[in-house]
Design a protein around this ligand. Structure first.
Ligand code: UT7
Length: 333
């Protein structure tokens, strides 16, 4: 059976570092509160006009370079983002133009923090069927231009960071046991409004956004914090166990769990639920914050750089986020 392997990883982070103390200029918060409740010390925010497609294109270039595959060989582009450059067309189209790959299909995935795993599932199916051989899968976000940085929005604004992570995917060599072993996806739309942006909305008439809606702050993300937190802590271990069971693999065989970087307390609670040590859970939230769809590829990038994952290791990816959506994937690196 053909399996999908990760051929190369890339990333792009805005240069501007925003510390917790920087945030306290705009909102009533402290470094202590944010570190204690989230584990985040700083995040990157764009400082000038820059979209997810710009960050994504840079990350994609690096992924191809590191895979030693010329960009021209890419035959499919998938971009996961909740912060598209524009309502339409998709960020993947803008990014495809920046990479100068006309004709190559470009697909946007809108599944928030689970977007990378939803995208991986699609890419894996295409590669296993032989539809495409060199698939660029990019998670990219520019949150900072859409956050309420006043005290009103401090719970959400302190979490999110900008950045892009990219992976080049392709079929494994014949006879190899490496690659994506399985992907498991879930959603529960009953919770759609537990973490969402209300406007602009095509449902509102006669206009998608009005000065009144802007004055009420409906253009900013809103979260039912506790509900999201407790659901993440419940669903991530559940779907990790599902992936283990399907592959008849025990937790003790997993070299590293690379979870979506939502909140350090969530990562620690998931480890506790699973009964594994914090060392097996990868974390880089301290320096990047929560980058939603970009967080798993950015974490994989750092994990590989730090020598925490090596060829042949069993790696578990897991995510939970708005929708609600959640998922996991087991890989043999
Ligand atoms: O990425 C995908 C999905 N997202 C997540 O998984 C995130 C899930 N949720 C969380 O990470 C946490 O719920 C938050 C970090 C968002 C909030 O932490 P919390 O411990 O759940 O705090 P809370 O919302 O219960 O608020 C506790 C207090 C409140 O004050 P009062 O009402 O007790 O006086 C908040 O107003 O903390 C206050 N607060 C802050 N204080 C200082 C909220 N944000 C801040 C802040 N600085 N940035």
């Amino acid at each position: 059976m053909i399996r999908t392997v990760f051929l190369g990883l890339g990333r792009c982070l805005p240069e501007r570092v925003v510390t917790n103390n920087d945030l306290s200029q705009w909102m009533d918060t402290t470094d202590d509160w944010i570190v204690d409740r989230t584990g985040i010390r700083e995040r990157r925010w764009v400082g000038e006009e820059c979209g997810g497609s710009d960050l994504g294109a840079e990350a994609a270039r690096e992924a191809c370079e590191r895979a030693c595959v010329p960009l021209a060989e890419v035959d499919c582009i998938i971009v996961a983002t909740l912060s598209p450059d524009h309502a339409f067309p998709g960020t993947a189209c803008f990014m495809q133009a920046k990479l100068d790959l006309p004709g190559v299909p470009a697909l946007d995935i809108r599944n928030q923090c689970s977007g990378f795993l939803y995208g991986l599932s699609v890419a894996d199916a295409w590669i296993r069927c032989g539809t495409y051989r060199r698939v660029l899968l990019v998670g990219t976000e520019v949150h900072s231009t859409g956050l309420d940085v006043s005290t009103e929005g401090r719970d959400v604004a302190c979490l999110f960071g900008d950045g892009a992570g990219a992976v080049l995917l392709g079929p494994a060599e014949e006879g190899s046991d490496r690659g994506v072993l399985s992907v498991h996806l879930h959603a529960d739309g009953h919770h759609a409004k537990d973490l969402w942006i209300e406007a602009p909305s095509s449902r509102t008439v006669p206009q998608r956004i009005t000065p009144e809606m802007l004055a009420e702050g409906k253009q900013f993300p809103k979260m039912r914090n506790r509900r999201v937190f407790t659901s993440a802590v419940q669903k991530m271990p559940e779907v990790i166990r599902e992936a283990l069971a399907q592959n008849e693999i025990g937790l003790e065989q997993i070299k590293l769990v690379v979870p979506h970087q939502a909140n350090q307390r969530i990562t620690e609670a998931v480890a506790k639920q699973l009964g594994i040590s914090d060392e097996i859970m990868f974390s880089n939230i301290e320096f990047l914050g929560n980058t939603t769809a970009a967080s798993i590829p950015l974490a994989l990038y750092d994990a590989e750089q730090q020598g925490r994952i090596k060829k042949g290791d069993l790696i578990m990816l897991a995510a939970f986020g708005a929708g609600f959506t959640w998922g996991a994937s087991l890989l043999r690196w």
